[in-house]
Design a protein around this ligand. Structure first.
Ligand code: TMP
Length: 209
């Protein structure tokens, strides 16, 4: 089944926020209802982008500069847009992205303190004007997120210090307040089911209109 028009939804949040779980649940819900829907993760989602992901998250890459890091996120993203996202939207389908440009603004811009205007210039070159219709920010306090990640082995970004993570979370909230019409901000301490219902309610409203 086709959605009434192409629909692009991104999911954002700090590591351990619970956004990936919600992303997958929405994907399966839409798929079960017969929609043509795609789910990709960032960085990743194409053969080349997954290779870039490995470089980005490799804990051994301690010497990576912040600019290299930012450019690699956009390289992965550019490939994903060209190869998968753009064509799917052109066919009028639904695309769900587990992270998009807001991640780079929050992590590299606010977290690493890179210049936001420069990041936006790179975004223009890498992806042009492609952007989400709706961004779901699962906002989760650091402590809750860290408790959830206790069991897993941390990658290069997840192993960053608490100040970096706090700046990232605050950056997300600033972005959401600046672009309130695009963001749905949810409390990541809610239950998985409660979050799912809030997301479905917004997405169903968009699909019905
Ligand atoms: P993931 O764990 O959600 O798959 O994301 C991988 C890591 O990369 C996560 O720690 C967030 C980080 N990241 C950035 O720092 N900038 C970006 O632009 C993206 C997409 C992810």
């Amino acid at each position: 089944m086709r959605s009434p028009r192409p629909l692009f939804i991104s999911f954002e949040g700090i590591d351990g926020s619970g956004k990936s779980t919600q992303c997958k649940m929405l994907y399966h819900d839409l798929l079960d209802r017969g929609y043509a829907v795609h789910l990709f993760r960032e960085p990743g989602g194409t053969r080349i982008s997954e290779k870039i992901r490995d470089i980005l998250l490799d804990k051994d890459n301690v010497e990576m500069s912040h600019i290299t890091e930012m450019l690699l996120y956009f390289s992965s993203r550019s490939q994903l847009i060209t190869e998968k996202v753009g064509p799917a939207l052109d066919r009028g389908e639904i695309v769900l992205l587990d992270r998009f440009v807001d991640s780079t603004i929050a992590y590299q811009g606010y977290g690493r303190d890179l210049d936001l205007t420069s990041i936006l210039k790179v975004a223009e070159v890498a992806i042009g004007s492609v952007g989400p219709d709706l961004t779901i920010l699962v906002d989760t306090p650091l402590k809750t997120a860290e408790d959830r990640m206790d069991q897993r082995e941390l990658d290069r970004l997840e192993a960053e210090n608490v100040e970096f993570k706090q700046r990232t979370r605050d950056g997300y909230l600033k972005l959401a307040s600046e672009e309130a019409h695009r963001f749905l901000v949810l409390d990541g301490r809610d239950t998985i089911e409660a979050l799912k219902q809030q997301i479905l309610s917004r997405v169903n409203h968009i699909l019905a209109n």
